[in-house]
Structures are given as structure tokens and as C-alpha cells.
Design a protein around this ligand. Structure first.
Ligand code: KG4
Ligand code: ZN
Length: 333
């Protein structure tokens, strides 16, 4: 068994994973309500709350799994990318536990947690695929050959897909985080009501850009009566469609280019119901096998970090206790 901690942004999380990749316990202390009043994550506040939650969470997952610290073979933590003051809390705690128990420590990349999450819950082991990761901070397409063998195919030049959801939602007066709010309203609107731009949507490029969409919505705003629920729903549906169309078509294009039949999608935005439906339909039409993480494993959690760490540990990989946090830790060198 291995215990992992995640504290890269505003969720403090702990999880315990077995050698065969089964989660025995996974717990999250969400700070969404705290940061909502500021319209986004305040790093100093996030860090202080991680300090409050990290130890009780470790105790909670040990109790839930019915195990002791001494039963752990290793301890892992997300060391990047993320907010430096947040990363330091989970990392310091996992290192302290590793030192106290005289067990190895694993420094984990948050994006690798997302990347491997579709292989959890009996879908493993991780195998070659084309992977789309869509989170609040990242949007990337990768060709994965195996654990640790990742080739970057394309990424966003500016905003991430989740960031586009959140920023547009803020402009529309919706609460933080905006992705789930747009998801809800979009199901009641017409996706073709407004023609918002789709950048690099040329059938060749695997790069993304979402800042133009944000600007387009900003220019449209003065013409809109957002107090009318039908108008708001139409804008949400049209914005969502502009984001989803690009994500889905580029994933299909990447699979064709790499001649892979397996595709995976992970990260917070992969909770989006419209995206999940569109992906299933398009992949079926293309004869591709689609793996999606369970919704509770799409947004930030420690289960995915524990699973990824277990994969690394079984390959004989560990990290020194001197391994530092890195807010810009790259997934592909
Ligand atoms: O992976 P994640 O929890 O954190 C990061 O690593 O960034 O992703 C958070 C992002 C936020 O931008 C949030 O708005 C978005 O995922 N998100 C959604 C949905 N649920 C979460 N976006 C669209 N539709 C959703 N249902
Ligand atoms: Zn994340």
C-alpha cells in the first residue's frame, strides 16, 4: 500500500492505493466555498487551509482503510505543477511521514495523476493511447507509450479549457468555479445560438487557443440581456459548444495521426456532461475506444496521485527527500 497527498491548488486530499491499483480510501477537503467569495483561488488562504486539513485527512484515510502508517510501503505527494505555497504543505507532510516511517518518498507530477486516472477502477494497466488532459490550468494532447513515456502533441497557447469556462462564467455573473455552472445551463440552451470562434480549428493543428473566445464573449456582452434565462442558457450552450468541438475534433485528429485506437480524456473539464456525450458519439463513429475517468476522479483528488505513484513505485522509481516542489513542473521534458 501507498499513501499519497495532493495539495496543488485549493483541494487538500489524501488517498491509499494497493499494489494492484485499487483505492482503499480517498478523502478530499474542498475549499471551493471559501474561495467563491473572492471569485477565484487566493494562494495564501489556500495554503493556510491545507495546513488545517492535511493531518486530519491522513488520519481519516488510515481509519477508512483500516490500516496503520506502518503498513505503508511508500509515501507520495504532488510536487508540481501548482501553487508553490500549496504544494509545500502536502509535500512536507508526505516527506515527514516517509522520514518517520523510514519508507521511500515519491515526488509526483499532478498532470501525470490526471493522465493515468482513466486507467483506474479496473481499466488498467496503463497502455498506449492518445490522451487529452483538460483541467483548470492545462490543455494538452499527448501520445503515451507507457508510464513515463509521454510525447507532447499539442497544448494551449494561452488559456486552458477549464480557465476559458471559468473566465467566461465570471463575465456572465456565474459563481466560481464556472465550468459546472456553464455545464448545467448549457443543457437548457441552443448550441448554435451564437457563433463563437474556434481557434486553430483547421483539420491539421493540434495546438489550442481559448483567449479569442473570451474576447468574443466580452464584445457580445453589451448586446445581451443576461437576466433573460433563455439568453443566458443560449450563451452558455454556444460557449460550451465552441470549446467542446475543438477538444473533440483535435483528439480524433491526434488519434488518426498517431494511429492509435485507444483515446483517454481526463482533468476537471472531462466531468462536463456535454463533452462526455460528444466524445462517446464521435469515438464510436471513428471506431475508437474511449476511456474516461469516473467523475469524482476527474477533478483534483489524491486517488489519482496514489495510483500514478504506485505505477512508478512498481517500476522501482522513488525520489530523494531533497526533491523540491516546482510550480511549473513539466510533464514532458
Ligand atoms: O483538474 P481540476 O480539478 O484542477 C486543475 O488541475 O486545474 O480542473 C478544474 C477545472 C475548473 O476550471 C473547472 O471549472 C473545470 O475543471 N470543470 C468543469 C466541469 N467541472 C469542473 N468544466 C466544465 N464542465 C464541468 N462539468
Ligand atoms: Zn488538476
Amino acid at each position: 500500500m501507498l499513501l499519497a497527498l495532493e495539495s496543488s491548488c485549493d483541494e487538500t486530499a489524501a488517498a491509499i492505493c494497493t499494489a494492484d491499483g485499487v483505492l482503499l480510501a480517498s478523502a478530499i477537503a474542498s475549499q471551493i466555498e471559501i474561495h467563491r467569495q473572492y471569485g477565484g483561488v487566493v494562494p495564501e488562504v489556500a495554503s493556510r487551509n491545507h495546513v488545517l486539513h492535511v493531518r486530519p485527512l491522513v488520519e481519516q484515510v488510515l481509519a477508512e482503510a483500516g490500516v496503520k502508517l506502518a503498513d505503508m510501503r511508500a509515501f507520495a505527494a504532488t510536487t508540481g505543477p501548482g501553487l508553490v505555497s500549496s504544494l509545500l504543505i502536502g509535500t512536507s507532510m508526505a516527506k515527514a511521514l516517509a522520514a518517520a516511517e523510514n519508507k521511500p518518498f515519491l515526488a509526483m507530477n499532478h498532470m501525470e495523476g490526471h493522465l493515468l486516472s482513466p486507467f483506474m477502477a479496473g481499466n488498467g494497466p496503463p497502455r498506449p493511447c492518445v490522451a487529452l488532459i483538460v483541467s483548470g490550468g492545462h490543455t494538452m494532447l499527448l501520445h503515451m507509450q507507457g508510464v513515463g513515456q509521454y510525447r507532447l502533441l499539442g497544448k494551449t497557447r494561452d488559456d486552458a479549457a477549464g480557465e476559458a469556462f471559468d473566465k467566461v462564467a465570471k463575465m456572465l455573473g456565474l459563481p466560481y468555479p464556472g465550468g459546472p455552472e456553464i455545464d448545467k445551463l448549457a443543457s437548457q440552451g441552443r448550441a448554435d445560438a451564437y457563433a463563437f470562434p474556434r481557434s486553430f480549428h483547421d483539420g491539421h493543428s493540434l495546438e489550442f487557443s481559448f483567449s479569442g473566445l473570451k474576447t468574443a464573449v466580452l464584445y457580445e456582452l453589451p448586446k445581451l440581456d443576461l437576466r433573460n434565462p433563455a439568453t443566458l442558457a443560449d450563451v452558455c450552450a454556444s460557449v460550451q459548444e465552441a470549446i467542446l468541438e475543438v477538444l473533440v475534433e483535435k483528439l480524433i485528429l491526434a488519434a488518426r495521426q498517431c494511429r492509435e485506437k485507444l483515446v483517454t480524456v481526463s482533468g476537471g473539464v472531462s466531468c462536463n456532461r456535454g463533452l462526455r456525450a460528444k466524445l462517446s458519439a464521435r469515438c464510436e463513429k471513428e471506431g475508437l475506444t474511449l476511456l474516461l475517468a469516473r467523475p469524482e476522479l476527474c477533478t483534483d483528488n489524491a486517488g489519482m496521485i496514489a495510483y500514478a505513484a504506485m505505477q512508478r513505485f512498481q517500476l522501482g522509481q522513488t525520489s530523494p527527500l531533497t526533491a523540491d516542489v516546482d510550480p511549473n513542473l513539466p510533464l514532458v521534458a
